[in-house]
Design a protein around this ligand. Structure first.
Ligand SMILES: Nc1ncnc2c1ncn2[C@@H]1O[C@H](COP(=O)(O)OP(=O)(O)OP(=O)(O)O)[C@@H](O)[C@H]1O
Ligand SMILES: O=C(O)[C@@H](O)C(=O)CO
Length: 428
């Protein structure tokens, strides 16, 4: 059976975020990790989200992986493609948002797409093309210190203009206030002026509904998961979906609980602090400088985690650190090596600990989640209970065993301050 929506997400937490909102919009959604190599059963599936790790890789790799994903999704009959990136527009002057959007437009022989990163329920809004996180401009929100994609400019038209040779325009809130028809007409007039990428203001969820209605016929839309929650109703209006589906039930969770955090975002730092305040003896800090020396610290972390989980105690292994400390590690090791050391250490811990019976795993950070999920060889995730907006529990069948792994992939800046304890409370 043909799917309605095919989505390409540039990181793994972003993929679960979008899949979660599509499910909440009433679609039956499967998340797959990378482009499937074998046939998968898409019976009773309306949307597939392919999770890639293309946010921080080279532009050429990001384009190649995204085009491969697009080809697969189109072969499954997807009526619309959705390029999902971060609600904080995480990217650099080189890309990868602009170049990937351009490549997808070329592939689809389409001349325009919209850029809708907003996710109002999580405080991401766009006003006059400027991205806000809560009441702060993006460049003053903590994102200016991001270890891999520091965001130092909130003006998305300007940011994107550095990433594409094509014209970038704006559809602002005054146009949206006139409704979907006027918005569609405005987009069409920009298209006549060869504006290929249109950054869209979004003040609230009503604006997302207008944008979804105005763009439902676009071959490609791009943005955050907010637009994903608004689109399913439009697919139903088009007759592409005939029912509203309830989120599916996951198998009961089992096995011990573990949190791995490689996110240095503000929200994660507060969540780590909150967890450690509650369970002062249950956290182990990794430091990239020690990891670079030898495997002593990694072995200590493993021993700590094994001992803790065997007592069923809550366990957090984290490299999350304040910007100043991240800066020191990056200065000495280089940004990429520091990140890779942490990702490798957490991934190797996940492999051993899942093998030893961890069945409920929270991973914080998009890159970190990508590394851990890939290392565990996970290929598909079913979406379950939402912990906080943008972060659901997911579940996968473990290979070579009858057990299921419950997995929550938390975007760096998502989740309430008590997320690491709340996560296990909402898990059935
Ligand atoms: N102490 C540290 N020093 C240097 N780099 C670190 C440190 N701790 C983590 N990192 C690296 O920082 C990067 C954090 O990116 P990641 O995407 O995992 O988190 P995030 O940006 O907060 O999440 P998201 O992308 O979901 O917003 C990872 O590559 C991680 O390995
Ligand atoms: O859109 C977001 O903010 C998240 O889904 C994400 O992509 C963070 O990595």
């Amino acid at each position: 059976m043909a799917i309605t929506l095919g989505a390409i997400a540039d990181d793994f937490t972003g993929a679960t975020d979008l899949a979660n909102n599509l499910v909440r919009g009433g679609m039956r959604c499967l998340q797959v990790i990378g482009v499937p190599k074998e046939d998968i059963n898409l019976n009773e599936i309306d949307a597939v989200v392919i999770a890639l790790k293309t946010r921080s890789c080279t532009v050429n790799e990001a384009i190649a992986d995204s085009l491969q994903a697009a080809a697969w999704l189109r072969a499954q009959g997807a009526k619309q493609l959705f390029f999902k990136y971060c609600s904080t527009f995480d990217s650099t002057d080189k890309g990868n948002i602009g170049p990937v959007a351009d490549a997808l437009l070329d592939e689809l022989k389409a001349s325009q797409t919209v850029m809708v990163p907003a996710f109002p329920i999580n405080g991401r809004t766009v006003y006059q093309g400027h991205l806000f996180v809560g009441d702060r401009l993006l460049n003053d929100s903590g994102m200016q210190h991001h270890p891999l994609t520091p965001m130092k400019d909130a003006d998305l038209v300007r940011v994107l203009s550095h990433q594409t040779p094509h014209k970038v325009g704006l559809t602002n809130h005054t146009v949206l206030a006139l409704g979907a028809e006027a918005t569609r007409a405005h987009l069409a007039s920009l298209e006549e002026q060869s504006v290929r990428h249109v950054v869209c203001d979004t003040l609230d969820e009503h604006n997302l509904d207008i944008l979804a209605e105005a763009t439902v016929q676009f071959p490609l839309v791009t943005g955050g998961s907010g637009l994903g929650q608004a689109l399913p109703a439009q697919y139903r209006n088009q007759g592409w979906l005939d029912s509203i589906n309830e989120p599916g039930r996951l198998q009961p969770a089992s096995g011990s609980a573990l949190i791995l955090s490689g996110s240095c975002s503000r929200a994660t730092l507060a969540q780590v602090a909150n967890f450690l305040e509650r369970y002062p003896d249950s956290g182990f800090a990794l430091d990239p400088l020690s990891l670079a020396k030898d495997d002593k610290q990694w072995k200590q972390a493993l021993a700590f985690a094994l001992e803790n989980v065997s007592r069923n105690a809550p366990t957090l292994i984290y490299a999350s650190a304040e910007p100043a400390n991240v800066g020191i590690a990056q200065k000495i090791l280089g940004r990429e090596r520091a990140g890779a050391l942490v990702e490798e250490a957490l991934s190797q811990l996940a492999i051993v600990l899942v093998d030893k019976g961890v069945g409920r795993l929270v991973v914080a950070g998009g890159e970190t989640s990508g590394a851990v999920t890939s290392a565990l060889g996970i290929t598909a995730l079913h979406i379950g209970e939402q912990i906080d907006p943008g972060v659901p529990w997911t579940q996968t069948a473990l290979e070579n065993s009858k057990a299921y792994l419950s997995l929550a992939l938390k975007s760096g800046n998502f989740g309430e301050v008590n997320f690491f304890t709340k996560a296990f409370e909402v898990l059935p």
